[in-house]
Design a protein around this ligand. Structure first.
Ligand code: 6MZ
Length: 335
């Protein structure tokens, strides 16, 4: 399928991590300048090496996140990368973007979770190349809205924010994130995500915070099945989140449960293939779920880390799964 066709099609991105979607040029610029001022603060050659590597193990992916986090330590940089990430998605013709990020602390400069998210919001406000519609209308707290065009001829992107809990955090820190999300609902925060290295921690650590989020009306999305962990997958499905991401290591009983519950799946093809979470595109569960007419959505995950765009993910799916997928896109466009 033609790349331009995928580019020109208005698209919805529901699963992109802010720091993982930093512009490559910005990451290299920031890492280089940090390396020049504080030699020991970052290994620039390692950033260059990981950023250009074709396939990354999950361990290397999380090493790269640590390096990225080493350069994004102050409010101005958070604001800058948010602005650039939105501009990049808008140029890829994404019309609805749900970005997620883990609120962070940096005590040395007085950054707390609240001021981190304020810096993200500042980034939204500073975008000038496209109108960013991030303030929800009254009563609109859904993940995905069905807004009509307001007749404005300027390019417009609808933006919503999801706050992530990292699997390295404590129960208390997770609860702090949920409370922050609740306080910031009027600024377009629509949900809570559990992410981070799937080999780290126990998801039950976050259950009190996730349950509280749900009771208070926030949507919850979970990273599930990125590695083999049958018990965790089963328990996560029983929790019944609004959406699930990855589902690479689901087994028969999980598929049965997923299909009967109709929990939508966020599919990140390049991410799954490049991290070896799925052996090859031919055996990717996208085809299985697609044939079963299960609700799913194509997403990028981390455009910087996986060197991709949403248009490229659509092209990848169309090239790999053929004509049927092409008609799926047409149907999406006419609906
Ligand atoms: C699990 C992931 C991820 O929050 O600092 N993240 N967690 N699996 C993945 N698949 C590859 N990709 C990204 O963005 C980066 C953070 O998002 C999560 C990780 O916690 C990572 O540190 P923010 O903006």
């Amino acid at each position: 399928m033609e790349k331009n066709w995928c580019l020109s099609m208005p698209k919805v991105e529901l699963h992109a991590h802010l720091n993982g979607s930093i512009r490559v040029s910005t990451l290299l610029e920031l890492a280089k300048s940090l390396n020049e001022t504080q030699k020991d603060a970052i290994d620039f050659s390692q950033v260059e090496h990981l950023i250009t590597k074709c396939d990354l193990t999950l361990t290397e992916v999380f090493q790269l996140f640590d390096l990225i986090h080493n350069v994004i330590t102050d409010h101005n940089t958070v604001t800058r990368i948010t602005k650039e990430v939105i501009e990049d998605f808008a140029s890829d013709n994404v019309v609805y973007l749900e970005l997620r990020t883990t609120p962070k602390r940096n005590d040395s400069i007085g950054m707390n979770k609240r001021s981190y998210v304020d810096a993200v919001i500042e980034g939204l406000r500073s975008v000038s190349s496209v109108d960013v519609d991030f303030i929800p209308k009254t009563g609109d707290s859904k993940f995905l809205t069905n807004d009509k065009c307001n007749g404005n001829s300027r390019k417009r992107i609808i933006f919503r924010l999801i706050l992530s809990i990292d699997r390295r955090e404590t129960t208390e820190a997770a609860m702090e994130t949920v409370k922050l999300a609740l306080e910031m609902r009027h600024l377009g925060v629509v949900g809570i995500d559990l992410s981070g290295n799937p080999k780290t921690g126990e998801w039950t650590t976050y259950l009190p915070a996730l349950k509280f989020a749900r009771e208070q009306g926030l949507n919850v999305t979970l990273h599930s099945g990125e590695i083999r962990n049958s018990k965790e997958i089963k328990n996560m499905l029983e929790f019944h989140p609004q959406r699930i991401r990855h589902a690479c290591y689901f087994e028969d009983e999980h598929w049965r449960k997923l299909k009967s519950s109709k929990i939508p799946v966020e599919i990140c093809l390049t991410s799954n293939i490049r991290t070896f979470s799925v052996a090859s595109i031919e055996v990717h569960h996208f085809a299985y779920l697609y044939k079963a007419k299960h609700p799913l959505v194509l997403c990028t995950d981390d455009t910087c880390v996986f060197n991709t765009t949403l248009s490229e993910e659509y092209k990848y799916a169309a090239d790999s799964f053929g004509r049927a997928f092409y008609f799926f896109l047409i149907l999406q466009l006419v609906n």
